[in-house]
Ligand binder design. Sequence first.
Ligand code: CAO
Length: 416
Amino acid sequence: MSKPLEGIKIIDFTHVQAGPACTQLLAWFGADVIKVERPGSGDVTRNQLRDIPDADALYFTMLNSNKRSLTLDTKTQEGKEVLEKLVRESDVLVENFGPGALDRMGFSWERLNELNPKLIMASVKGFSDGHHYDDLKVYENVAQCAGGAASTTGFWDGPPTVSAAALGDSNTGMHLAIGILTAIIGRGQTGRGQKVAVSMQDSVINLCRVKLRDQQRLDRIGYLEEYPQYPHGEFSDVVPRGGNAGGGGQPGWVLKCKGWETDPNAYIYFTIQGHAWEPICRALGKPEWIEDPNYATPQARQPHIFEIFATIEEWLADKTKYEAVDILRKFDIPCAPVLSMKEIANDPSLRASGTIVEVPHKERGTYLTVGSPIKFSGLKPEITGSPLLGEHTDEILAELGYSKDQIANLHSSRSV
Ligand code: CAO
């Protein structure tokens, strides 16, 4: 099966999560991704939260599959020369260093563009260029707070809350991947590379656009009818935290199932889609609600929504989350069990689809990771293990034209 990005060479000057998530995706689809790492230490995630002594941590292995690793000290003269050669031969350089780090290293966008006008430079920063916080270093939760996700997540009587989903990191990496692919297509038209920049704050805001929708509705009418605060609670002038309420026009909530007292995930998410009201009433054994004017329309139901959810919970009390979903699916009701990571890791459907995959690794044996969530009819991405630190250094230097002696000299000067 051909890989559409085969022939695209990417200098992966990224670390931690946001950048590596982007380049890993491109590697799955066939790009030659060369991860450039500092000799001796490499990406900090190789050592972070280790579960096996002396073996690369899962944090690293799960974000760097299908790549090659080149160790290079880009602060030595020899190291800079190697990077320059690589830049001349590559299509894309991706980086997510702290603000100004690449400039201090001597590889500003202007310099890169001079070395290779066809090169696409792709950057992740916490805040966009020119933003009043553009000098800040940023990690995941900082971005979630700056991007509006934290102020709108959680319960109304609790503090702003961050999500476990990597909205700041991996999400930004996905935005960057779209930017890179767009720039590659653009280069096909103009023959020139360009700089592609994505900020973590902007990427979070992009995912929070429905909350900006809500702010404008609130400004205009003073309430938000799909939030639990309506109609009995109070609204201030900012979008409140809505607990587990559905974000669109369909009320929904996380509801307890059999065993919730001891199992923290014995819950389902239940959505009351307007046109599914009749099947919901039938499924619950409440046919009298179908025509009852207090329940028959979404507007009539809203004041009773928690009473309705409580009735559904009574119905769920003797059913496991799986049994409940098996019944509700027959009525075409949008719902799902709340799944733990353990259940996801062992889910046969996710294994069969390649979303959860086990891959070999030289130090670890095998490890479990998330494969491509994008499925193609003409491409089945094969996920391979992450590289050991510097595993491909000599191979890549030889490809760049370095002789054995020159490679030995680079090693002895500790530039690679
Ligand atoms: N050879 C020589 N030096 C190297 C090198 C190499 N191969 N790779 C990196 N370095 C140097 C950099 O040049 C930089 O040097 P100076 O600061 O002296 O100029 C230094 O390593 C540290 O880089 P950094 O600022 O990126 O690293 P940090 O650990 O202090 O900060 C982070 C980490 C993530 C906060 C910061 O990189 C950042 O804000 N990045 C942008 C936003 C981002 O992507 N955050 C998401 C991270 S995922 O949660």
